[in-house]
Design a protein around this ligand. Structure first.
Ligand code: NAP
Length: 564
């Protein structure tokens, strides 16, 4: 018997640190860890002790004889990773992880402010507060009255298992050396300089959740939105809850085929009775219940082997009842260039990715279910057309070529296709925004960093006491757990600076911070206030199938917290 890692794997590697035989790979110190879609258990080395099951924050691990429905393929997917002889070189010895001891001569605690309360912020707080050899105090700032960032507002509502990671974050948030300030915006209520003078260091973990445009005509038409808006809307983000979505058309088109595109497609075609068992926003549930959309087309500009989605998320698309996932056989077929590349790397997981699409029923066959998702490949949008609102998308067929860095890229041909639709969602990635008082790289849309230290633009010169982690540091890539190692790296750099006296001592006390916040933002909330909101949201559906009914305006949240 072996344990198997399944779809909701968050890559935070907690399982690796408890495995007594080091049978879970890639580990954070192995070269494949960064780009890995998920972690895998070696079936030949697993001693079925179950330690990983208990440690996994998102309930992604199950025994091979008791895999959840639809997760059966993960047994072969886990085993496939270890078919590559390069992956067998990793000796199955117990993992010994040590933290570098730090000797500091300063009195008092190391005081760190963390801006943001999503996964990157919470993992950074955990990495700091877990140091048993140091006194550390963390102040965490969130501009909304509720915490957890993308876990609350990004993760799809039908992925409740993934949201279970907040249990870890709650544990950190409840620690006595952690002060939570909600509904406080750095740059509005407290400036960067004011924050820095009250702490040894500030870590920015503000994410990069702003949408990108495609730069094609018609993007402004009614019915053309970013996936970011749609995700924020169905997840009840206060900034986006009021966005109107017209779902009266029959076909929606999603541009881009990353995991966000798949999330959005699933939500558009899901059975509303199933969504009603999740924490999807009430307004979204009502709109989706009246939706006429029966077909969603997901447009990838490259081929099935280069798709940006992960294998596990592609497999979960196939789990939506009443919906079939189909593809055009000629688009599922690999082009000669990709075939040659895959032939030279027989162990690449891209084989699995391509095979899944090849096995899909043909889009030309008669429909077997009421709704369908059509996976399209080697197509790029060149315009969105319609009188006042979206009526069609103009696509150009691409052929694949080798780009300058050896990566396969899409190049347009002269062949075009017009696709009738009433809704276009562009899901072409995210970007970060500049932060007042900090350097910003406008070409990567990130704060420039070296090992987590914020550096002056175009230099390696660190800005004393200022750090970044998560998407604002590395860009919008990876999974929730990817932030754990990322945050650890940033915290290691910060602690190294602290140990070598490279940080300035705070010029003012914590009490002055509270005074400042009290004066500038009387509606600031603390963690206990969030607990009141949390309890209210969870208790609203008493007896019903919904885990919580989200409050979707700041006013409602403040009212429940007793602040208005
Ligand atoms: P993503 O994975 O970077 O995908 C972006 C997609 O947009 C790609 O298909 C890309 O194509 C395409 N694209 C970019 N510019 C385009 C253009 N001008 N025209 C046409 N297509 C274009 O981004 P994402 O889906 O927003 O996800 C962000 C991160 O969050 C990813 O790391 C993702 O895995 C993660 N995430 C994970 C989950 C999960 O684990 N369940 C859920 C949601 C998000 P190319 O590949 O050709 O560049």
């Amino acid at each position: 018997m072996t344990f198997v890692i399944t779809r909701s794997c968050c890559n935070d590697a907690t399982c690796i640190s408890v495995c007594p035989v080091n049978c879970i790979h890639p580990t954070p110190d192995e070269p494949d860890f960064g780009p890995a879609e998920m972690l895998y258990i070696d079936p030949d080395q697993c001693i079925d002790c179950g330690a990983c099951v208990d440690a996994c924050p998102v309930e992604a691990i199950a025994p091979d004889f008791d895999l959840p429905e639809g997760a059966e393929q993960f047994l072969a997917i886990n085993a496939k990773y270890f078919e590559d002889p390069a992956h067998l070189d990793y000796a199955p010895v117990p993992v010994q992880r040590e933290t570098t001891p730090i000797t500091v001569t300063q009195d008092g605690a190391l005081r760190v402010a963390i801006v943001g309360s999503g996964p990157a912020a919470c993992y950074a707080a955990e990495a700091l507060l877990d140091r048993s050899d140091l006194a550390v105090e963390v102040s965490m700032f969130e501009r909304l009255p509720v915490p957890w960032g993308l876990v609350r507002y990004g993760v799809a509502p039908d992925h409740q298992q993934t949201k279970a990671v907040t249990k870890l974050f709650e544990r950190t948030a409840r620690r006595p050396d952690m002060a939570f300030y909600l509904n406080v915006e750095i740059g509005t209520h407290v400036s960067h300089d004011e924050l820095l003078t009250r702490h040894h260091a500030v870590i920015y973990a503000v994410g990069a959740a702003h949408d990108r445009s495609m730069g094609i005509p018609g993007e402004h038409l009614r019915g053309s939105h970013s996936a970011t808006e749609f995700v924020g809307w169905y997840n009840g983000h206060p900034d986006l809850a009021g966005t109107g979505f017209d779902l009266s058309c029959e076909r929606a088109v999603i541009i881009g085929n990353g995991n966000v595109a798949l999330d959005v497609a699933r939500v558009l075609v899901s059975d509303v009775d199933e969504l009603a068992k999740t924490d999807i926003a009430e307004h979204a549930l009502e709109t989706l219940a009246a939706s006429n959309i029966s077909e969603v087309m997901i447009i990838g500009r490259r081929g099935p082997a280069q798709a940006a989605y992960t294998i596990s998320e592609m497999l979960s698309l196939n789990q939506v009842p009443t919906t079939e996932v189909v593809a055009y056989p000629e688009e599922a077929e690999l082009d000669a260039l990709t075939r040659a590349q895959l032939n030279s790397d027989p162990y690449s997981m891209a084989h699995v990715k391509a095979e899944i699409i090849k096995q899909l029923p043909s889009a030309q066959a008669k429909r077997r279910r009421a709704k369908r998702i059509v996976m399209r490949y080697r197509l790029s949008p060149v315009g969105i057309e319609g009188d006042a609102s979206v009526q069609r998308v103009r696509l150009v067929r691409n052929h694949l070529a080798v780009g300058t860095d050896g990566v396969i890229v899409a190049e347009p041909t002269t062949q075009q296709e017009l696709l009738d639709c009433g809704l276009v969602l562009r899901s072409v990635g995210y970007r970060g925004r500049p932060i007042a008082g900090l350097p910003f790289d406008g070409s990567t849309h990130r704060v420039p960093t070296r090992h987590g230290r914020v550096v002056r633009e175009g230099t390696d010169e660190p800005v004393t006491g200022v750090y970044a982690t998560g998407w604002i540091k590395r860009g919008p890539t990876g999974f929730i757990g990817t932030n754990k190692q990322d945050a650890q790296d940033t915290v290691d750099a910060l602690l190294d600076d602290y140990a070598h006296d490279r940080l300035r001592n705070p010029q003012a006390t914590c009490a002055t911070l509270d005074e400042l916040i009290g004066a500038r933002q009387p509606a600031a909330l603390r963690y206990q206030d969030w607990q009141v909101i949390d309890k209210h949201e969870r208790s609203a559906p008493a007896g019903g199938p919904r885990p919580r009914i989200k409050l979707v305006t700041v006013e409602e949240m403040l009212k429940v917290a007793g602040r208005v």
